[in-house]
Write a protein that binds this ligand. Structure first.
Ligand SMILES: *Cc1c(COP(=O)(O)O)cnc(C)c1O
Length: 814
């Protein structure tokens, strides 16, 4: 069939934008979208080979030669448009217009996803609600979300996220909300906006036609802009605002003491019991309550649902399991789209070859049961899942739809009885179940022994930071991501696996062992080893690692090794331009050249050096000199070897401050983990690691007693003292003792008291009502890692890399 043009009229049920997630090829239309990182047109052929026959292509890519190379398109239905993203939006917009139900649009800088999820749980008690899966709130995610709308839905809740000017109009047209919620606008400097006010104005466009708009009136700038916008653009809109505690109508008062939230509506008080303490969660739940109340939800109904909410329930966590397994813990919800996304995440994990999926019945669905489970079977088969386990009466009833690599259990208990016999090992296991099925018991049974102290790593934020630096670089520049020292304490195999997925070009480790470990865990990116031992070369070849050669001695040892091997080796030459750590000095280059000439089986993959003061402008002159010396030395080497290796100089601070020195590659380290010296840049980076522990015991201690070794912790007034499960062996430095360090307990910073012990620390919690077992935040948002570093006179790098090996790392994404 010849190319068709706008508008797109398709009978396809599924809109595809990611070629890796096809479950129903014949019922899908693929939008070939071009982004900075990938070009959908590349995947059209593969998709055709698995049965997709409908494509939306972009005129700029759909050239004559493209059509010639993809002759099969003549047999397909395809549309040629200017922008596939706009075509996708247009299609979703048309679809949206078929439904006359109330639709809530949510925007803001923080809290959109949580508010959407919580509110949909509350409203779900009375209505069939449709919402964005996870945080599908982008130019592409929103149309995909709205496309889900069908006749059965009674309420829609869609979040819209923007990062640049002129993006909201499109999303407004796709969502066409009838009601609006403006969540927290944050204080973060907006990357593509001149100031916060402009960002607010852009976001407000979502509400140009809503009938009601809900917001918190405690942010003056936000309130002022909402009033102005609504007055001029949408004067019929009813504004419904609330305050954290101004005492007027629609205000909330939060009492930390008993986790109580009191709401005053101008007539009477309502008191809700919350399962969390942090300010952000409290604000998010206030948005939900005020909307639910406006929709005349009874107090009891709201309160009941709040009791069930967990502030982290959206997360998908990756953790170590027993018997050589990795667990993906998504044990609080189960729906089809969430399952698709979780399986996508499962596919990204490369540590074990085998894939196991354990799911419960899917509840609260508006779909025909058999169709739904048929869809799941297709999904499982398309993703080559090695073992599928279904738990629950409904899925068991539909067992005949699944192939032979499946097992079914009537309930979670009967599965747990058989869990040993199933011998789940050497696999990545996805565990995803509706809340009622208590899949947390399955996670507990399969999880490697848990310790109360763990470092949570936010994979989405790491991706954000990686892309933040990536965007500063020309497209052709490669990124070597530094994962030395256990990926700066974050956990190297999981981080390397993520970096491989999001497009790092190289990895950098300090020692050979670190590189071997990554190879053994499914990492196939090129890996540079910065400090290989002379005896390592055999292993380096065996595991396809690439050594850094930094001295004549090391070069000599390499030559002795490689002369007896009938092969070549790729190396990286390190030049000393002023750091005076590792590297060839300028006067050694001739000798290096001499050896390289005699040993052409040594291939120079790159030549590099390291800046000593990139973050500080008082060293700028020195930095420029380093670059100059590097150029001279590298030039001499290249003239001799006769080819051009990759040249690189910049670390994180260098990328931020010396764009002109980018060359062929950069070595991104600490910035990716969310840490920077640059105060302005802190606003643009997201926090990656949060170190948490728990209260093991609480005691009331009378004045004049002491706490801990050496009687260093003197009690002046009667106090409540808690022992927490972290000590210097976990990386909580002894210098944090005696009140120097503070940790967060139920929203309150509590000082240490007495000396830090090896495995435990005592803190003064007199100001809180904390209980044994409560969570304690050692660092994260508050206190942050910069504060900790300052308290003990060190740098964030040291705090991160000192976190003990026995501290479990938990990786998560939303
Ligand atoms: C650690 C390291 C980096 C990364 O430095 P950051 O300051 O963490 O970005 C880059 N290059 C070399 C040689 C390193 O050792």
């Amino acid at each position: 069939m010849p190319a068709q043009t706008f508008p797109i009229t398709t009978s396809a049920k599924y809109l595809l934008t990611d070629s890796r997630t096809v479950a129903f090829p014949t019922e899908s239309v693929f939008f070939a979208i071009k982004t900075e990182k990938s070009n959908g047109h590349q995947f059209v052929k593969d998709l055709y080979s698995i049965g997709v026959t409908q494509f939306v292509l972009e005129a700029s890519s759909c050239t004559e030669s493209y059509l010639k190379n993809n002759k099969f398109l003549e047999l397909c239905n395809y549309w040629v448009v200017d922008s596939a993203t706009e075509a996708l939006q247009e299609l979703a917009k048309k679809h949206r217009e078929n439904f006359a139900i109330p639709i809530i649009g949510i925007t803001g800088s923080n809290g959109k996803t949580i508010v959407k999820e919580w509110l949909s749980q509350i409203l779900g008690q009375k209505y069939i609600v449709v919402k964005n899966p996870k945080s599908y709130n982008s130019q592409i995610g929103v149309p995909l979300s709205v496309w889900q709308l069908n006749e059965k839905h009674q309420f829609g809740i869609f979040e819209a996220g923007i990062s640049k000017p002129n993006e909201m109009q499109n999303l407004q047209e796709v969502i066409q909300p009838t009601m609006g919620i403006f969540t927290n606008i944050g204080t973060a400097h907006a990357e593509f906006f001149e100031n916060i006010e402009l960002k607010i104005k852009e976001k407000l466009i979502l509400f140009k036609n809503v009938n009601q708009l809900f917001f918190c009136r405690d942010n003056n700038l936000l309130e002022k802009n909402i009033n102005k916008y609504i007055e001029t653009v949408n004067p019929n809109c009813k504004l419904i605002s609330w305050s954290a505690s101004d005492g007027l109508a629609n205000s909330f008062k939060f009492e930390t003491a008993n986790n109580l939230l009191t709401f005053f509506d101008g007539k009477r008080y309502y008191t809700y019991k919350l399962p969390f303490f942090d300010e952000a969660s409290v604000e998010n739940i206030c948005h939900c309550i005020i909307v639910a109340k406006y929709l005349e939800f009874e107090f009891a109904l709201i309160n009941k649902e709040i009791g069930q909410i967990r502030s982290i329930e959206m997360r998908l966590e990756l953790k170590d399991g027993t018997n050589q397994t990795q667990l993906i813990d998504d044990s609080y919800s189960n729906d089809f789209i969430g399952l698709k996304l979780a399986i996508e995440f499962l596919n990204q994990q490369k540590i074990y070859d085998k894939k196991i999926v354990i799911i419960s019945d899917i509840l609260q669905t508006d779909e025909n049961e058999q169709q739904l489970y048929q869809k799941i079977t297709n999904l499982i088969e398309a993703n080559k899942i090695d073992l599928f386990i279904g738990i629950g009466p409904i899925i068991t009833k539909n067992a005949n739809l699944f192939n032979s690599n499946s097992q079914f259990f009537y309930n979670t208990e009967s599965f747990l009885d058989k869990i040993e016999a199933l011998q789940l090992q050497n696999a990545t296991i996805l565990i995803k179940g509706a809340r009622a099925y208590s899949f947390e018991k399955i996670v507990a049974a399969l999880q490697a022994k848990n310790h109360d102290t763990f470092l949570e790593i936010n994979l989405d934020n790491l991706t954000h930071n990686f892309n933040y630096f990536r965007k500063k670089l020309p497209k052709s520049t490669k990124v070597m991501a530094m994962v030395k020292a256990f990926a700066y304490g974050a956990g190297n195999k999981e981080i390397a696996s993520l970096l491989q997925h999001i497009g790092a070009n190289y990895l950098g480790v300090a020692y050979t062992d670190e590189g071997i470990f990554l190879r053994q865990n499914g990492i196939n990116l090129p890996i540079m080893v910065m400090n290989p031992a002379n005896t390592d070369f055999k292993k380096i070849l065996e595991y396809k690692l690439e050594p850094e050669i930094f001295s004549l001695n090391k070069l000599q040892k390499l030559i002795e090794f490689i002369e007896n091997e009938n092969t070549f080796i790729k190396v990286h030459l390190k030049l000393d331009t002023g750091m005076h750590r590792l590297g060839f000095m300028a006067n050694e280059i001739d000798e290096v050249n001499f050896h390289l000439q005699k040993n052409p089986n040594i291939i120079v993959a790159s030549i590099f050096s390291h800046l000593v003061g990139a973050e500080n402008d008082i060293h700028d002159k020195f930095t420029h000199n380093q670059k100059e010396l590097f150029d001279t030395m590298a030039h001499k080497l290249m003239l001799n070897i006769g080819y051009k290796p990759l040249l690189h100089l910049l670390n994180s601070a260098g990328i931020s401050r010396f764009a002109e020195y980018t060359m062929d590659m950069v070595r991104l380290g600490v910035g990716m983990y969310g840490v920077t010296n640059n105060l302005a840049e802190r606003q643009s980076l997201e926090i990656v690691g949060t170190l948490k522990t728990k209260i093991s015991q609480i005691k009331s201690i009378l004045a004049n007693e002491t706490v801990g070794y050496g009687r260093n912790g003197s009690i002046l007034n009667d106090s409540r003292i808690a022992t927490i499960a972290i000590g210097y062996a976990d990386g909580y430095n002894r210098r944090f003792g005696n009140g120097v360090g503070k940790v967060l307990v139920n929203g309150i910073l509590c000082p240490t008291i007495g000396n830090i012990c090896m495995d435990m620390t005592m803190i003064d919690i007199t100001q809180t009502t904390a209980n044994e077992g409560d969570e304690v935040i050692v660092f994260g948002q508050n206190p942050n890692i910069y504060q900790l570093a300052e308290q003990i006179g060190t740098i964030p790098y040291e705090i991160l890399t000192n976190i003990g090996e026995r501290v479990k790392r938990i990786f998560y994404k939303v």
